[in-house]
Design a protein around this ligand. Structure first.
Ligand code: S3P
Length: 444
């Protein structure tokens, strides 16, 4: 059953809130813990539906995975190459990261694994991984268009490859590197634009040899040495900068707001939104910068700000790929025009986010232009009208973006289904309401 939600104008948002753990890092922590020899303990794991699907999948592949009473997760791994054939389908829910990384991992195990997901995931492109993984020796049976459900026929004789990514995608890079774990020799991925490097950082932390060489013309060459012995680790997952983005933009657009968000990941390959908000005039500070489990973190302090429109260069897209929906909301409150370019990948996320933002903002009275791979938002400096109900189409970030919009528009903004928010930010409405927002049940 759908769960409609409505967000009405809020008075100042104030207080301190810990946003949930990083989704990208949480998936990887479960996968690498399941591959390591011995015990791993993960604190601060995101307990969103996406990550819970990965936990279930790692169990189905033979690892011990349990949530302990103190909220930490304990894993007992199988060793690289030690995964076992699952006896049922792996249902990855809404998660592109879970599906693509695991399809890479099992591609070099000598058994067949069947993958499926929800209607959103079943519509997403998988050829971007089946093509390079096929070169490593794996076979695939997919639905038309290379979509899930799919069977991954793992190879017993994997070949290492050197592969240049045709699209800037950390999921594709990671799928190949994970396949390279149970492959002899060196597996190399060349990326012309650097994408999030959590796989590289965490694999090294677990004991693998991963070298990263910058390319003279930009980008990186990432090389993994096969058959590493991964050893169990104790990890603390930083708060997710992609989730923190929602309270941050909410504070920027609701007058009088002042928020503190502790221990947010500030990996430079994830912080494009924060750089852009700074250019727009946001009063946003990083305090107590430190490193936790190999990842940089800081406390974010943000206050209401009068924003101005900016040009966001296309080369910034990989470092803020999940943040364009909420940036478009910030842009709707800014004075002047914000141009976002290089957004073709937004069309193949959990939904077509370019179209979703263009249509939804227009329905709320914002002047927007949508092109093949760009979005232009014309802000007037005054709050938009609001007053629309937005179809989220199984896309958590679209849902949260429009609820944030409604916190400062003249009329409330509703979404048709809030369930999907649990994929990445369980407890979003309660957390925001605790800071002063007015999110309530909407009309069926
Ligand atoms: C992710 C990579 C990105 C991002 C996704 C998480 C990851 O996807 O959008 O939310 O954890 O590697 P792409 O690789 O498709 O850009």
């Amino acid at each position: 059953m759908a769960k409609p939600l409505v967000s009405s104008r809020a008075d100042a948002l104030a207080g301190t809130a810990r946003v949930p753990g990083d989704k990208s890092i949480s998936h990887r922590a479960l996968m690498f813990g399941a591959l390591a020899v011995g015990e791993s303990v993960v604190e601060g794991l995101l307990e969103g539906d996406d990550v819970l699907c990965t936990a279930q999948a790692m169990r189905a592949l033979g690892a011990e995975v349990e949530r302990r009473a103190d909220g930490s997760w304990r894993l007992f791994g199988r060793g690289v190459g030690g995964l076992a054939e699952p006896d049922g389908l792996l249902d990855m829910g809404n998660s592109g990261t879970g599906a693509r990384l695991l399809m890479g991992l099992v591609a070099t195990h000598p058994f067949t694994t069947f993958f499926t997901g929800d209607a959103s995931l079943r519509s997403r492109p998988m050829r971007r991984i089946t093509e390079p993984l096929g070169r490593m020796g794996a076979g695939f049976v997919t639905r038309s268009g290379g979509r899930l459900p799919a069977a991954v026929i793992g190879t017993a004789e994997p070949q290492p490859i050197t592969y240049e990514l045709p699209v800037a995608s950390a999921q594709v890079k990671s799928a190949i590197l994970l396949a390279g774990l149970n492959t002899p020799g060196e597996t190399t991925v060349i990326e012309r634009e650097a994408t999030r490097d959590h796989t590289e950082l965490m694999l090294r932390n677990f004991g693998a040899t991963v070298t990263v060489d910058p390319l003279p013309e930009g980008g990186r060459r990432v090389t993994l040495t096969g058959y590493p012995e991964l050893v169990g680790r104790h990890l603390r997952v930083p708060a997710d900068p992609s989730s923190a983005a929602f309270p941050v933009v909410a504070a920027l657009v609701v007058p009088g707001s002042d928020l503190r968000l502790p221990a947010v990941g500030i990996n430079p390959l994830r912080t494009g939104l924060y750089q852009t908000l700074g250019e727009m005039g946001a009063d946003l500070r990083f305090e107590n910068s430190r490193v936790e489990a190999g990842e940089p973190v800081a406390d974010l302090v943000v206050r209401f700000s009068e924003l101005k429109g900016v040009d966001v260069p296309p080369e910034r897209a990989p470092s803020m790929i999940d943040e364009y929906p909420i940036l478009a909301v910030a842009a709707a409150f800014a004075r002047g025009t914000t141009r976002m370019r290089g957004l073709a990948e937004l069309r193949v996320k959990e939904s077509d986010r370019l179209a979703a933002m263009a249509h939804g903002l227009a329905a709320c009275g914002v002047r927007v232009e949508e092109n093949k791979d760009s979005l232009t938002v014309h802000g007037t400096g005054a709050p938009p009208a609001g007053g629309a109900t937005i179809a989220v189409n199984l896309d958590h970030r679209i849902g949260m973006s429009f609820l944030v919009l409604g916190m400062a528009t003249a009329q409330p903004v509703a979404i048709d289904d809030g369930h999907t928010i649990d994929t990445s930010f369980p407890g979003f409405a309660a957390l925001m309401n605790g800071l002063g927002a007015n999110i309530g049940a909407g009309k069926e």
